[in-house]
Design a protein around this ligand. Structure first.
Ligand code: UD1
Length: 341
């Protein structure tokens, strides 16, 4: 069962799960996604996943839905609110959405004999790592969260850890994503931000296609080679594939540990300016941009040491940044063809 399967990462993961032979059921309340995503998944894989429109904060409704699917063996939890700025304005929305959903699922899993849960976490738990901890391994210290959104990721990790340590009859894999970007190469599914995008790639592609006038680069006075922030941008299809191996690992009992944590990144740090120029080279499209002040709460630089995922999961990010940015551009063009602004 993919909770939040019509969302950005959830839809790409559903595709990869189906490609790998899994039968997928999606539970999603469509609060930040569109039911037409199911058409895209069907066009890519030839299979339409079962879909239940459901608010996962509603435990009784979730129980009823699970009663209809007694064969669910594993859960992947994507369903969550994820806008950092909004979380500062509306913390309780974030605590309720992101935490109640997890608690409900953890309580229901033993009732239905569900064997494992993969949880979507974030590199936000590391905050700004100290220099000696870059690239970041899973053992780097967890830093105090700088937003309610980030705090929900930390709290959820702790809730899972405590529940597993208490002897709960299931396993968990926590995946800490770096910056997922791009779209399926078919351009049938991709990221669909609501309103003005807050994240770099949707803002960039909307600027390139003319919806936005120019991209603001938040700061060029950081202590980095070109002064702009550094991130580890990971292709969303690569990221989706990591969920498939994580699920295989839990269900096939390949691990000696009931809980495991993996960083999912490329291992390569890329600056905002490098990224813009790579996009321009890959697509042949100029991106008007200007340098503005720093964005409050931004991390200067963070990128992954993904060795544990490489070795233990046997998973490696494969797509190049140029191809990934091209996929984001092709998706933006597809949205235009569909009349989505
Ligand atoms: C943010 C969150 C992270 C969350 C992720 C997904 C913070 C500190 N981190 O990641 O916890 O998991 O979103 O929602 O908020 N940039 C620009 N101009 C723009 C937009 C972004 O220059 O218009 C820069 C940012 O300064 C940053 C980089 O692009 O250096 C990436 O930004 P973004 O895509 O928002 O992701 P993060 O801030 O890394």
């Amino acid at each position: 069962m993919v909770a939040g399967g019509t969302g950005y990462i959830g839809s790409h993961t559903t595709v990869e799960l189906q490609n790998a032979g899994y039968e997928v059921i999606i539970f999603d309340d469509l609060s930040n996604s569109n039911v037409e995503v199911l058409d895209g998944i069907e066009r890519i894989t030839g299979v339409r996943p079962d879909f239940v429109k459901l608010d996962l904060k509603d435990k009784e409704a979730t129980r009823k839905a699970l009663e209809n699917y007694p064969d669910v063996k594993g859960i992947i939890l994507f369903a969550a609110s994820k806008a950092v700025g909004e979380s500062v304005r509306m913390p309780l929305k974030y605590y309720r959405n992101n935490i109640v959903t997890l608690i409900n699922l953890l309580e229901l899993m033993p009732e239905f004999g569900v064997e494992g849960i993969v949880f979507s976490s974030s590199c936000t738990v590391y905050g700004q790592p100290d220099r000696e901890n870059l690239p970041v391994t899973e053992n780097a210290p967890i830093k105090p969260a700088t937003s309610p959104y980030g705090n929900t990721k930390q709290i959820n990790e702790e809730i899972i850890r405590d529940t597993i340590h208490s002897g709960a009859p299931f396993k968990s894999v926590i995946l800490r994503y770096f910056n997922p970007i791009g779209a399926h190469p078919s351009a049938e599914i991709g990221e669909l931000p609501n309103g003005v995008p807050q994240n770099l790639i949707p803002y960039l592609t909307q600027t390139a296609i003319g919806i936005r006038k120019e991209l603001s680069v938040f700061g060029d006075d950081y202590n980095t080679p070109d002064g702009s922030c550094i991130r580890d941008y990971i292709n969303v299809v690569d990221l989706a594939k990591a969920h498939v191996v994580a699920m295989d690992r839990m269900l096939e009992n390949k691990s000696d540990y009931p809980i495991e944590i993996f960083n999912l990144g490329t291992g390569k740090g890329v600056s905002v300016l490098e990224l813009i120029h790579t996009f321009e080279r890959a697509t042949g499209v100029k991106v008007p941009y200007k340098i503005v002040g720093r964005r409050e709460g931004d991390i200067e630089q963070v990128w992954a040491n993904p060795e544990r995922a490489n070795k233990v999961l046997g998973w490696t990010a494969k797509e190049s940044l140029a191809d990934t940015l091209l996929s984001a551009w092709n998706w933006q063009k597809r949205l235009r063809e569909r009349g989505v602004q």
